[in-house]
Design a protein around this ligand. Structure first.
Ligand SMILES: *Cc1c(COP(=O)(O)O)cnc(C)c1O
Length: 391
């Protein structure tokens, strides 16, 4: 909806594109009203429930009165220790839970606020294109300048950092990266993270690596943490959360780990914005992190089966799609010469399938659409079959 004529919105808000899903939501509702059976492959929100043992741990924690009070800003020591234990087990990375881990109200919260803690007006952050929109938005809200660099298929969707203009590198304070990547589903090898550390040292930027999908991985592949790269903890931080691995998007349990000055800066900023993560959620977080391994693997297997069904169906339908090693997405070139918005609109109208248009993740996403594997294998096959008839 447009702003009313009386209310003037701040310029920083006007600088952002309108909420992408507004039109698609309207079209979806209209189609549903006509009785169309809609298959929604648009949003990256797992359709499956949170595991029962986590729900029960949370129920117990909610019933305990001491948990009803303000939490500490930085997060319970027990929660931060659980994060540190998990990093050690999963990645062999040892973290100081006191100074190298901070709880977040979902990782999006921390990512969005980080530029306010690290950027002065006029300073830049380096932002992949396409990307999760929060890197750019957080930068703009902080009065900073987002400088986009391309992620291209022929380079495996890994950036060429040296190709960023020297002037832009000079005013940059922050470099955002995200592997396994949303939306392209690309993964990063160890050598890439080593290059990133060298780049960060040379240019004096803080690396902000978003690892939201590190546990949604297939065929035995295990994504790396950026913090595993030698020297990474001196130049960077890593955002993570339980949202995608544990089907817990609504719970808002996240954290950031790594370079202590960056963590301290974000921690100080957050004391003025929020009062930390609900204590019962932190208790549920501890239960989740300590029982991580079994469920995370089972959950990844569910998404692997869906990936296989979707890739198989879409290939039969004539699409050019590779099975990704991680994430719950497929990133697929549009087979016609329509824009991604026009294509997504037409597919919704003709097939009742909601796709995410690549341009919603930035200009660099044009020419692609994203499929979220948030439906059963049968529904994914059904969607692929409908697309075969329409493209
Ligand atoms: C889903 C997602 C997140 C955020 O998840 P939270 O629920 O806020 O922890 C962060 N980054 C990317 C790339 C995502 O897709």
């Amino acid at each position: 909806m447009e702003a009313s004529t009386k209310l003037k919105r701040a310029r920083r808000l006007q600088m952002l594109p309108p909420y992408l899903f507004a039109e698609s939501d309207r079209m979806k509702r209209e189609a549903q009203a006509r009785g169309v059976d809609i298959i929604n492959l648009g949003v990256g929100d797992p359709d499956l429930p949170t595991p029962g043992h986590i729900v029960r741990a949370a129920q117990e924690a909610v019933a305990r009165a001491p948990n009803h009070r303000y939490p500490s800003y930085e997060g319970l020591r027990s929660f931060r220790e659980a994060v540190a234990r998990w990093y050690e087990r999963r990645f062999g990375v040892e973290l100081d839970p006191e100074e190298e881990v901070l709880s977040l109200i979902g990782s999006k919260e921390g990512i969005g606020h980080l530029p306010l803690a690290l950027l002065d007006p006029g300073e830049a952050s380096l932002v992949p294109d396409p990307a999760y929109p929060v890197y750019e938005a957080g930068t703009i809200f902080a009065g900073g300048a987002p400088v986009k660099f391309p992620l291209q298929a022929e380079k495996g969707f890994l950036p060429e950092l040296e190709a960023i203009a020297p002037g832009d590198r000079k005013r940059a304070r922050v470099l955002f990266l995200n592997y396994p990547n949303n939306p392209t589903a690309a993964v990063a090898p160890a050598e890439f993270f080593e290059e990133v550390v060298a780049f960060a040292r040379r240019e004096g930027v803080t690396v902000c690596h978003d690892a939201a999908y590190s546990e949604v991985c297939f065929d035995g592949y295990r994504p790396l943490s950026f913090l595993q790269a030698p020297g990474a903890r001196e130049v960077g931080i890593e955002f993570h959360s339980l949202s995608k691995t544990y089907n817990m998007t609504g719970w808002r349990i996240g954290w950031v780990a790594g370079q202590r000055d960056a963590i301290a800066a974000l921690s100080k900023l957050k004391t003025f914005y929020d009062n930390g993560l609900f204590l019962a959620s932190q208790a549920a977080g501890v239960a989740t992190l300590d029982a991580w391994d079994e469920f995370a693997a089972r959950n990844a297997a569910v998404f692997q089966e869906r990936r296989d069904a979707a890739v198989d169906g879409l290939r039969s339908a004539g699409f050019d799609v590779e099975p990704p090693k991680a994430t719950m997405y497929l990133w697929i070139p549009i087979p016609t010469d329509e824009s991604s918005m026009d294509y997504a609109r037409r597919i919704l109208r003709e097939c009742g399938v909601v796709l995410f248009p690549g341009a919603g993740m930035g200009r660099g996403g044009e020419g692609y659409f994203r499929v979220a594997l948030t439906q059963s294998p049968e529904r994914l096959r059904e969607a692929a079959g409908r697309l075969a008839d329409a493209s």
